[in-house]
Design a protein around this ligand. Sequence first.
Ligand code: ZN
Length: 285
Amino acid sequence: MSKHKPTAHYEGPGEFFDTHAHLYDRKFEEAGRTAEEILTAAKTAGVSKVLVPADSVETSRLACGFANVNDGRYGVDIYYSIGVHPHEAKTWCSEAEQFILERLGSDRDIRLRAIGEIGLDYYYDLSPRDCQKKVFSRQLDIAYEADMPVILHERDATKDTIDIIKAQADKGALRAEPGVCHCCSMSAEAAAELVKLGFYIGFDGPLTFKNNVKGVKLAESVPVDRIVIETDSPYLTPEPNRGRRNEPEYVPFVAARLSEIMNMDIEETARITFENGLKLYGLDR
Ligand SMILES: [Zn+2]
C-alpha cells in the first residue's frame, strides 16, 4: 500500500462499541499519538465505548490505569480486563494469581469488566502447552467464582480450548454467558459449539480483507445476537486502512463489512453489536 494514501475515516450513522483495543500499547506512544487524539477520533466516528484488554500482570495494570485516567474524559466510556495471555502463561505464579484475586475482591473497580485475554495459542507456542492449559483452566475458575466474563484468545488450539471449556461446564463452573471468543479464527462448526455454550464471537479487521472466505463463512453462521465487533488495536487494521496502526475509530469498517455479509444496514448492525457488547460485559448502558 502506498504510504501517501490518505487515511479513510468513517463518517456515517451508528453508535459503536469497540470491545477489544489495547490502548496502552507502546506503539501509540512511539507514534506520538495521545489518548486524547485516539479517543476524540473514536468519538467522531461514533465509537462511544471501548474495552481495553490485558495480556499480563503488567498490562493489566496499564489497562486499569488507562481506563481510570481516560474514562469519560473525551466522551468515550472506557472499561478494561485483567488476565494472563497464553503467551505469558509461563510467567504465572502465586503473585500473579494474588494480583488478579485482589482486583476481583469486594472493592472491585466498576470499570473492570472481564478476565482476559486467556486461552491457548499453539501457533506461537510461547509457553509450554501444559502450562498454557493449566493457567487457562485456573483463570476460568477464577472468572466463574468472580462472576466475570472471559476474553478468549485461541489460535491453532481449537480442540483443546473447547475441551477445557466443556470440562468447565461439566463441573458446573461456567456462566450462562461465559464471555467472548476474541478475533475468532475457528471454523463455523467449532464456533457453533462455543455459541451453544453462550459465548459471543468477536470480529475484527481481517473480516474486511479480500479472500477471507473462512471469516465470511463464520460471520454468516453466527446468530446476530452473538456477534461483537472489535479492533484489537493497534493490530489487525481493517480495510481501507490496512497496513496502518489500528485505532478504535476504525471499528465501524468492521461493522460495515458485517452489514454487507448479513444484509443489514449499518445502523442496525451498530445497534445490535453495541447491545451485544453491553450484555457481554454486563453494562446497563
Ligand atoms: Zn488482543
